[in-house]
Design a protein around this ligand. Structure first.
Ligand code: F6P
Length: 548
């Protein structure tokens, strides 16, 4: 059964939220805290090794109750069942959305078109496990009998960002294999990566759900040609494997059936790292760590499915985005991890969040007249404090931010970790409280300045505060906790899409540019004349051709 279609702005809860917003929009977080000493506890959700403090958001208990009312009015519960049970909720592509089935245990049962998909999920996992063990333990060797030392993942979008982010984030847990990622069709990109590699000891993993993506196929062909400059054709089977739903095209590329790791069309690219797309993760970290990543995600799935909405981390987090996006009219949200390991996390989330919810037509096919997907961005703290925090503190824009921190560091350097985390806590406190005129005056008065100097400086030193943050504290960065964190954002994306009444799992918006690029490429390479460009594009094409 299809997802229901309800314009959220026509619900009773929306009208109540609008009225409630008018009541509390100018309330300062400082005052919300001083008027309720239980606020921090009331607005914190503790689950497993996650501590999620939502209290530094511009909400009250009533805000959350009304947001939950909104979730109930659009029947979020029904949508969650359909999501997990393999209903065709990606209606525009006629597909189920079942990345959750990839981390479900063997005993689970998930039907797609009447067929239980779990046995096949576990069969593919077994294939990943066996291949990983063979490569890591030196049983699967290169053609000349040498052990594999390097893995190159060739893919783009969901076939790159997830595996690249996870391998980088969990590098502490890595084995001896060096892992590289080639994504951009920019020929300099793959050249820089392969230039120091030995073809005799390198394994290439070509990842493309469709096996039609220009970037991936161009890179795969160029790398294969480079490989064949020094190796015979028969060596390809030892050095190239592929992950795809399109087995025929992979075979046509020259990869033997036993070297193909299949995936299903009900796994969306940006949610695919749990599938065979995660082969590079398994190779880099070892299969057991890949399994722990999946187990973590499964635990978050269970939390999401079973916890009441007001004790549910992904639901609360998603409802807060709706609150800021649709009532405060904020345009963007920041994600600030206080660990360098999560350096690529915001980039990864950009595809997940913006490709999913960057939509403007609702589930009834009507243009929406309210805001949907937010812009997501971020960098690790403390580096970002020295880059863009000025704007969050004293700029004109309201930017809600998720702060993600860990209680333990991985190498156990307590001094550095305390410094790192003191910055995390200090920033959320500073963003919330700001600095009042009285506080600034007190500070300036203690600095031996003239009254004139104080008067000049005073307005520039005031921080309004009242900048919302969510503090996520997790015990330790591990494959399991990262699995939970990623799944948390996946479910957040889902909930937002349900409330905004859009389809989150297609991505037609990326097609137009791809089509135009194909025809422009012909013009660049064949001297074909085109008359359909606008004057600006034509000038650019002509200038490029004349000068290259
Ligand atoms: O950017 C569009 C997109 O279709 C993504 O959704 C997908 O992750 C990426 O291209 C790569 O696609 P494929 O895995 O089919 O090569």
């Amino acid at each position: 059964m299809a997802l229901k279609s309800t314009n959220p702005t026509t619900t009773n809860a929306w009208s109540k939220l609008q009225a409630h917003f008018e009541d509390i929009k100018t309330e300062h977080l400082r005052d919300l805290f001083s008027s309720n000493e239980k606020r921090a506890d009331e607005l914190t959700i503790k689950w497993d090794d996650f501590y999620a403090d939502f209290s530094k958001n511009r909400i009250t208990k009533e805000t959350l109750n009304l947001l939950v009312e909104l979730a109930n009015e659009v029947d979020l519960k029904d949508a969650i069942s359909k999501y997990f049970e393999g209903e065709i909720i990606n209606a525009t592509e006629g597909r189920a959305v079942l990345h959750t089935a990839l981390r479900a245990p063997k005993k689970a049962k998930v039907l797609v078109g009447g067929e239980d998909v779990i046995p096949e999920v576990h069969a593919v996992k077994k294939k990943i496990e066996d291949f990983t063990n063979a490569v890591v333990n030196g049983i699967h060797k290169g053609y000349t009998g040498k052990n594999i030392t390097d893995i190159v993942n060739i893919g783009i979008g969901g076939s790159d960002l997830g595996p690249a982010m996870v391998v980088d984030s969990l590098q502490f847990y890595k084995n001896h294999l060096n892992t590289h990622f080639v994504s951009n069709v920019d020929g300099d990109h793959h050249k820089e990566i392969i230039k120091n590699l030995n073809p005799e000891t390198t394994l290439f993993v070509i990842v493309s759900k469709t096996f039609t993506t220009q970037e991936t196929l161009s890179n795969a062909n160029s790398i294969r040609a480079w490989f064949l400059e020094s190796q015979p054709e028969e060596a390809v089977s030892n050095h190239f494997v592929a992950v795809s739903t399109n087995v025929d095209s992979v075979k046509a590329f020259g990869i033997a059936e036993e070297n193909i790791f299949p995936m299903k069309d009900w796994v969306g690219g940006r949610f695919s790292l749990w599938s065979a797309v995660g082969l590079s993760i398994s190779l880099a970290l070892g299969y057991q760590n890949f399994e722990s990543l999946l187990e973590g995600a499964y635990k978050m799935d269970e939390h999401f499915k079973t916890a009441d909405f007001n004790a549910n981390i992904p639901v609360t987090s998603a409802l807060l985005t709706v609150w800021y996006n649709n009532f405060f009219k904020v345009e963007s949200e920041a994600v600030i991890p206080y660990t360098q390991y999560l350096n690529q996390f915001a980039t990864y989330l950009q595809q997940g969040i913006m490709e999913s919810n960057g939509k403007s037509v609702d589930r009834s096919g009507n243009k929406v007249d309210y805001q949907t997907g937010t812009i997501i961005w971020g960098e690790p703290g403390t580096n970002s404090q020295h880059a863009f925090f000025q704007l969050i503190h004293q700029g004109t824009k309201l930017i809600p931010a998720d702060f993600i921190g860990f209680i333990e560091s991985l190498y156990g350097n307590k001094d550095h970790h305390d410094k790192l985390m003191s910055n995390y806590f200090a920033q959320t406190e500073a963003l919330m409280n700001g600095k009042t005129e009285t506080e600034v005056l007190q500070e300036l008065n203690s600095q031996n300045l003239s009254q004139e100097e104080i008067d000049v400086l005073l307005p520039f030193k005031i921080f309004d505060g009242n900048k919302p943050t969510t503090s996520l504290l997790i015990k330790k960065l591990s494959p399991e906790s990262l699995g939970k964190l990623i799944a948390m954002y996946e479910h957040k994306i889902f909930v937002q899409g349900i409330i905004w009444n859009i389809y989150s799992y297609d991505q037609f918006g990326v097609e137009l540019g791809k089509q135009l690029a194909k025809s422009i490429l012909k013009e660049l390479q064949n001297d074909a004349i085109s008359s359909h460009h606008d004057a600006s594009t034509q000038n650019l094409v002509d200038f490029y051709k004349k000068n290259c």
